[in-house]
Design a protein around this ligand. Structure first.
Ligand code: SF4
Ligand code: SF4
Length: 435
C-alpha cells in the first residue's frame, strides 16, 4: 500500500471543503444507448417526440438483466450523436433538446412513509429495477441484482471511503445529504431485515464523523453506526473495506453476501432513497471536476447527460492552456483516460480529472518487485507483463498467473520505478485469459 503525494492530498483536502454547486442544466443532454454492461438497446421514441423527465425512452439489454433508459430532462428527442463515454470509447448517445419546463413523467410520485413501510424486499427490488438503479461509486452494477441475493445478510456496509486521489464528491454528499443517506440506509436495512449498518469513512474525516455523530443520536437503537477506516489506497475496494471494517477476508471469486455482508456506495444509497421515496430514477449525481489542468476545481450536482465542457467552463476553463491535457472520467487510478473533452456525464461518472500531460519515457524493468508488493490481490504484475510480451502469447501461461483476480486498481503502474504502464499489460492479459 502506498501514500499519495502531498500536493494531490492538499488539492483533495481543499476541494472537500467546498460546497457542492448545482450545475445549470444545459440545452442539450445526451443519454448513452448502451454501456459496458449492456451491449444492446431498443429505443422507444422517434425523432421529434416529446419526452418528460423520468420517462422510459428505451431499454438496454445485458446477458442477465434489462435496464430501462430514462430521459433526464423534458423536451424533444432529436436523434443521435457520438461522444466519448466513461468506458473510454466513442459511443452513440440519444440527443435530448431541453425545453426547460422540467415536466415530469406521471410515474414520478412521492410515497408516504406508510406506503414505504409496507414495501417488501421484492417490491423494493422491482422499484430499483424499474428505476435502473446502479452502483454510483463507478461500478455500475445493477442494484436490483444485489437485492436479489437469497443469502441472509447480517451486516450492511456503506462505502463512503472514496480513496482515489482528487475526488471528493461523496465526501460532500455525505455532509450535504446526510438525512437522505440515513433514510436510504433504513430502507436497505428493512429490506434485508438487517440490524447492523456501518457507514465506512476515513478516520481522518473529522467533519463527517462529527456530522454523523450528532445525527445518529436521533437514530439511537437503529443499528446504524459510523465505522472509521484507515487512509490508504485501495481501502475503498469492497474486499479491503470488508477486511478492515469487519476482519472478514472474502476469498477471490466469492461474493460478500455468502458471508452475510452486503455493501453499497453512499451515492448509490441516496439514489435508492430517491427511487423508493419519489419513484425517481437517477437523473442527477455529484461529480468532482478537478485536476491540475483546470483553474478552479469544484464539486457539482450534475444532470445526467451533461457534456463536461460546460462544467469545465464553470471551473474557469483550462489552466496552462498551452499544455496538452489528459481527461480522466472516474478516479485517476481506475478511471478511463480520454483523448478529448468531448465526453458526457453518465450515471457512473464520479469525477472528471483534467491533468496537464507529463511527458516521460518508460524505462526497462529493473525487477524491483514494487508492483508485486503493492498489488492488493497478491498477483505478480511484472510476471504477467513479461508473459504478455512473448509473441505469440502463451494463453495457458498467462492464465496460470491469474490476471482475472486483478481489480484494475492501477497501483502497479503507480508504483512502478521505471514508469511502465503495468496495469495496461494486466488488463490485456485479462482479455486473453477470458478467451
Ligand atoms: S491493477 Fe491489478 S495487477 Fe495492478 S496492482 Fe492493481 S490489482 Fe494488482
Ligand atoms: S515495479 Fe516496474 S520496474 Fe519494478 S518489477 Fe514491476 S514492472 Fe519492473
Amino acid at each position: 500500500m502506498i501514500s499519495k503525494s502531498t500536493h494531490i492530498q492538499d488539492a483533495k483536502k481543499l476541494l472537500g471543503r467546498l460546497p457542492t454547486i448545482y450545475a445549470p442544466v444545459p440545452e442539450y443532454l445526451f443519454i448513452a444507448t448502451d454501456n459496458a454492461r449492456c451491449a444492446k438497446a431498443d429505443i422507444f421514441v422517434k425523432e421529434g417526440d416529446h419526452v418528460d423527465i423520468g420517462q422510459v425512452i428505451g431499454m438496454r439489454h445485458a446477458a442477465f438483466f434489462d435496464q430501462p433508459i430514462h430521459a433526464t430532462c423534458s423536451g424533444t428527442f432529436e436523434g443521435y450523436e457520438n461522444h466519448y463515454h466513461r468506458s473510454g470509447k466513442m459511443v452513440k448517445f440519444m440527443k435530448l433538446h431541453n425545453d426547460f419546463k422540467e415536466t415530469k413523467c406521471e410515474t414520478i410520485r412521492e410515497r408516504t412513509q406508510e406506503e414505504i413501510d409496507k414495501l417488501t424486499k421484492d417490491d423494493i427490488t422491482e422499484i430499483l429495477m424499474q428505476n435502473a438503479s446502479v452502483g454510483l461509486g463507478g461500478s455500475s452494477f445493477p442494484t436490483h441484482v444485489k437485492f436479489q441475493t437469497k443469502e441472509k445478510i447480517n451486516t450492511i456496509l456503506l462505502n463512503g471511503i472514496e480513496c482515489e486521489p482528487y475526488i471528493t464528491a461523496d465526501h460532500r454528499l455525505m455532509l450535504e445529504e446526510s438525512q437522505k443517506l440515513i433514510e436510504g440506509i433504513k430502507i436497505i436495512m428493512k429490506a434485508f431485515d438487517c440490524h447492523d449498518a456501518r457507514i465506512c469513512v476515513k478516520s481522518k474525516y473529522h467533519d463527517i464523523r462529527e456530522v454523523y455523530g450528532e445525527l445518529l443520536k436521533r437514530y439511537e437503537g437503529s443499528g446504524i453506526t459510523i465505522c472509521p477506516v484507515k487512509n490508504y489506497y485501495p481501502q475503498g475496494w469492497e474486499i479491503a473495506m470488508i477486511k478492515e471494517a469487519l476482519g472478514v477476508k472474502i476469498p477471490s471469486g466469492q461474493l460478500p453476501a455468502k458471508y452475510g455482508i452486503i455493501d453499497f456506495n453512499v451515492s448509490t444509497v441516496v439514489g435508492i432513497y430517491q427511487s423508493v421515496k419519489y419513484n425517481m430514477p437517477v437523473i442527477e449525481r455529484n461529480v468532482s471536476v478537478t485536476g491540475d489542468g483546470i483553474k478552479y476545481p469544484s464539486n457539482f450536482t450534475v444532470r445526467v447527460g451533461t457534456p463536461i465542457k460546460g462544467l469545465i467552463d464553470i471551473c474557469g476553463g483550462y489552466k496552462n492552456e498551452d499544455r496538452e491535457k489528459v481527461f480522466i472520467l472516474g478516479g485517476p487510478m481506475m478511471g478511463a483516460s480520454l483523448p478529448s473533452d468531448d465526453c458526457i456525464i453518465t450515471k457512473t461518472v464520479t469525477s472528471v480529472i483534467v491533468l496537464n500531460r507529463e511527458n516521460y519515457h518508460e524505462e526497462p524493468c529493473i525487477r524491483c518487485g514494487s508492483c508485486v508488493y503493492s498489488c492488493p490481490v497478491g498477483i505478480s504484475p511484472v510476471l504477467i507483463m513479461n508473459a504478455m510480451k512473448v509473441i505469440p502469447v502463451d494463453r495457458e501461461r498467462v492464465k496460470a498467473l491469474e490476471p482475472l483476480k486483478c481489480v484494475e486498481c492501477g497501483l502497479c503502474t503507480y508504483s512502478c520505478t521505471s514508469k511502465i504502464r503495468v496495469t495496461d499489460y494486466v488488463r490485456r492479459a485479462k482479455t486473453i485469459a477470458k478467451l
